[in-house]
Design a protein around this ligand. Structure first.
Ligand SMILES: Cc1ncc(COP(=O)(O)O)c(C=O)c1O
Length: 346
């Protein structure tokens, strides 16, 4: 079966062969259900090795579920979650956080998808005033939905700001691997070591068939989470199959290999397009997304042949996203097609 190369999302990619092999290996005989099996125990222990002793990992099916349930463990309905206006929890989760947390998302305009203490300061004006939702959690995405990155120092500054104001820091790490690979650091340097309190650890976008982990670095949030996860319909009965995938992803840092390829392919694509007439790269790629402005008719023509999203219809900006499975040959062929269409339309 042949397939057209795809630049829509890292979710379009298949399953990494080592993850598939781990799934097959886990498929022998019965095992205890609901996480009482050996693989789940081993994977939870592995998370402690990778992220530090305080890490309590809980496996769930989806990224949206990971975000919503992590935030639910940290908030009550009179609280507010501060996030970037462009955050997945704000624009791409169909209001699931508001529905399930019952509290308000306060979204902050940012130039690049990144929050800073200075941008957040005005939202604390009504601290202690019963007429206003009380900011309780700062939620950041690493990498952001715009493909930008926080350094460890920037995360630490946000964590200190949060803790200094009686708040906590949540990280949507759907693409945490891409961020760590791009920064050339260990996963813990930009999570537990930088003061993150709760993490949605992404697996699906980095080579898993399905599965994410909610990781708490504070026991008070972990304590009730089994109940929150069950009520939130994310308790997987055959959990060994999520655990086995995470063991494969963490083994020999497969996560870094996969994310590194995705990032490198985005850099290659941006490089091949940077001087192309009719193409304007709107920001240099920091992780695995390339944003480019193209004429609307060029976008239409290309989208008949290739899968990718229009990111900003008004500005005619598209997002090309690469994955662990993207090859150099696919990037070269696609870049050539984009250059050709853009030139013809000029
Ligand atoms: C930043 C971010 N967070 C979370 C998710 C999780 O999404 P899903 O619920 O589809 O697994 C995504 C997926 O696109 C994402 O881009």
């Amino acid at each position: 079966m042949t397939h057209a190369p795809c630049f829509a999302s890292d979710n379009y990619a298949g399953v990494h062969p080592r993850v598939m092999a781990a799934l097959a290996a886990a498929n022998h005989g019965p095992a205890k259900a609901y996480g009482d099996d050996e693989l789940t125990q081993a994977a939870r222990a592995r998370f402690k090795e990778v992220l530090g002793d305080s890490a309590e990992a809980f496996f769930v099916f989806l990224g949206t579920g990971a975000n919503v349930l992590a935030l639910q463990a940290m908030t009550r309905p009179h609280h507010a979650v501060l996030c970037a206006a462009s955050a997945h929890i704000n624009v791409d989760e169909c209001g699931a956080p508001e529905r399930h947390l019952g509290c308000k998302l306060m979204h902050v305009d940012t130039p690049d998808g990144k929050l800073t203490p200075a941008l957040l300061e005005p939202f604390l004006l009504h601290h202690g005033n019963e007429h206003h939702n009380q900011p309780r959690v700062i939620s950041i995405a690493q990498a952001t939905e715009l493909g930008t990155l926080y350094t460890a120092a920037e995360i630490r500054a946000l964590a200190d700001f949060a803790h200094g104001h009686g708040m906590f820091l949540h990280m949507d790490g759907a693409r945490l691997g891409n961020a760590a690979a791009a920064l050339g650091c260990e996963l813990r340097e930009i999570t537990s070591d930088a003061g993150v309190d709760a993490l949605s650890f992404g697996g699906t976008k980095n080579g898993l068939m399905f599965g994410e982990a909610v990781v708490f670095f504070r026991p008070e949030f972990a304590q009730d989470f089994p109940f929150i996860r069950k009520q939130g319909m994310q308790l997987c009965s055959k959990m060994r199959f999520i655990a086995a995938q995470f063991l494969a992803l963490l083994d020999d840092s497969l996560w870094r290999v996969n994310a590194g390829n995705a990032n490198a392919m985005a850099r290659l694509l941006a490089d091949r397009l940077k001087d192309a007439p009719g193409v304007r790269i709107t920001q240099s790629p920091q992780t695995n997304a390339v944003f480019a402005a193209l004429q609307p008719e060029v976008i239409d023509t290309l989208q008949r042949r290739y899968a990718f999203y229009t990111w900003d219809h008004e500005q005619s900006v598209v997002r090309f996203m690469t994955s662990f499975a993207t090859t150099e040959a696919e990037v070269e062929a696609f870049a050539q097609a984009v250059r050709k269409e853009a030139l013809t339309a000029k």
